[in-house]
Design a protein around this ligand. Structure first.
Ligand code: UDP
Length: 357
């Protein structure tokens, strides 16, 4: 695995940071990086989707719901955080279309309760885990800037945008919304990685069959028939959809920089986080073929997945200029770390437990 230099001073800080959803994929990596940087991350998570092992990276963990104001108040009274990072949310676009109420109730309404409660308890700075889905179907002005109009095309994107907007109305609070593009990779060296159930994301769906993940795990994730490319008739260079992939550890470092920016007096802001480079599904397949030494890997093409836009690429120039952030890890590193992570027993155990209900 490629070695990536540590940012040293750039990532150091101190103080209690409340991390909602810190037992999830991105939240757990952020809690780990915060702790390494010198902060004291206190995780709250309902464990509806999160995993207790992932919360262990935090300085403290309390199980509970962001919509439970009494619970949130109690945690704030115990730890007196001045800053918070909010992840806790449902993330499946397809599910949000089928069950919008679940997304509005959790991602919007409970987020409002959470924001109101923590700001009343003295939290002065909030970093919010947002998404490129707030932009909707973008056909012009690509790469996408933060000033691009927001026109979500599904309840997931709408619910996250509504939460962002509410956050910016909080009195006496400065905030940053981080709009992520496609996140991948893991930190197997500290036992962290992606453990979604079901798993819809491209990189794990490529990697799991290639590393020969246990059959019950592949079956549970709908991978029994192997990996398939969803559509090769898009208006892109090779016909497959183009996305902007970012390593979860680069993303985690951006959260620390955003936090430092707010603590240092930075104004409320929005930052896109991507690499600025697009990869097609076929290019990711080629990178996996090389990285995992599987020259025989030539997956079949299936029809398009409903709702998938052709191209999504971020302009992350603002994050680079204002936060001094730049992504360092390449696609090959995302695939290699994901492969290493998905081979770990804790991953298979977690999937089998979730599959069993
Ligand atoms: N994709 C695919 N096969 C899969 C999963 C995903 O071809 O089994 C494609 C998907 O259609 C999209 C790209 O990979 O074009 C990235 O999908 P992902 O779900 O990772 O992220 P999204 O961009 O949808 O948030």
């Amino acid at each position: 695995m490629a070695d990536v230099p540590k940012g040293g001073e750039m990532f150091s800080g101190s103080g209690v940071v409340l991390v909602s959803g810190g037992a999830g994929y991105i939240g757990s990596h952020v809690a780990h990086v915060l702790r390494e940087a010198g902060f004291t991350p206190v995780v709250i998570d309902s464990l509806v989707n999160g995993n207790a092992w992932a919360a262990e990276k935090a300085s403290a963990f309390r199980r509970g719901d962001i919509g439970d104001a009494a619970f949130v108040r109690e945690v704030c009274q115990s730890f007196s955080p001045k800053a918070a990072i909010h992840f806790a949310a449902f993330i499946e676009v397809g599910e949000s279309v089928k069950n919008p109420q679940k997304y509005f109730a959790n991602n919007r309404d409970k987020a409002k309760i959470f924001f109101d409660t923590i700001s009343a308890c003295g939290v002065k700075h909030i970093v919010f885990s947002s998404t490129a889905a707030v932009y909707g179907e973008v056909t012009e002005n690509v790469p996408i800037r933060e000033s691009h109009e927001t026109k979500p095309i599904n309840p997931y994107g709408r619910s996250k945008l509504d939460a962002e907007i509410h956050m910016r109305t909080l009195h006496g609070v400065t905030s940053v919304a981080l709009r992520y593009f496609n996140v991948a990779g893991a930190a197997p060296e500290v036992g962290l990685g992606e453990a979604h159930f079901p798993e819809t994301h491209l990189v794990p769906r490529i990697v799991l069959p290639l590393i020969g993940a246990p059959k019950p795990v592949q079956d549970a994730l709908g991978l029994a028939g192997g990996f398939r490319i969803f559509g090769d008739d898009y208006p892109t260079r090779d016909g497959t959809a183009v996305r902007d992939y970012i390593h979860v550890m680069d993303l985690a470092e951006a959260h620390v920089l955003a936090l430092r920016y707010l603590i240092a007096g930075g104004a409320t802001n929005i930052f896109n986080l991507g690499s600025g480079a697009g990869y097609s599904v076929k290019e990711i397949v080629a990178a996996a073929r090389k990285t995992l030494s599987r020259p025989d890997f030539n997956p079949p093409v299936a029809p398009r997945r409903a709702g998938d836009p052709a191209t999504l690429i971020a302009d992350s120039g603002r994050a680079q200029r204002v936060l001094g952030w730049s992504p360092k890890r390449k696609v090959e590193n995302m695939i290699a770390t994901a492969a290493e992570w998905h081979r770990m027993p804790v991953y298979a155990e977690t999937m089998l437990k979730k599959a069993a209900g």
